[in-house]
Design a protein around this ligand. Structure first.
Ligand SMILES: N[C@@H](CCC(=O)N[C@@H](CS)C(=O)NCC(=O)O)C(=O)O
Length: 125
């Protein structure tokens, strides 16, 4: 079982390398503004989780530079996720609003829909 999981993980990481989109191009000022907004986001994830890959690719497509924390390898990330979100499940997007309000969003499709609504719609690169 562990070997199968390891092999699937390899496939997922290889797919990420091959399928990685270039990402939307923005002018410098606009990208800087998006980068600033993205500082309020943290993606809790596992490297080899297909649902996390789906979110990472969506972020790449939108050129969103979001901090990621590995909840499998890092005990502190796992503890943060459990304490904040309440579930040991990934992906989970921590959203901190400018007024300090925190939201812990689970479900890859919900996360992608949220990012597409909040940031510009992705365009072909
Ligand atoms: N429907 C969820 C599925 C997420 C999911 O099943 N994630 C797995 C990892 S691939 C998980 O966190 N399992 C709990 C665990 O590993 O402890 C989504 O689309 O985000």
């Amino acid at each position: 079982m562990a070997v199968i999981r390891w092999f699937l993980g390899l496939i997922i990481l290889a797919y990420e390398k091959l399928a990685s989109p270039k990402g939307v191009q923005r002018d410098e000022a606009h990208q800087a503004q998006i980068d600033e907004e993205a500082k309020g986001l943290i993606l809790y994830q596992y490297k080899a989780c297909p649902f996390c890959l789906k979110v990472r690719l969506a972020m790449k497509r939108q050129s969103l530079n979001v901090e990621t924390r590995d909840a499998k390898r890092s005990e502190s990330a796992r503890e943060e996720l459990m304490a904040g979100g309440g579930l040991l499940k990934v992906p989970c997007l921590k959203i901190v609003e400018s007024n300090g309000t925190e939201t812990w969003m689970y479900e890859s499709s919900d996360i992608i829909a949220y990012l597409e609504k909040r940031f510009d719609a992705p365009m072909a690169a």
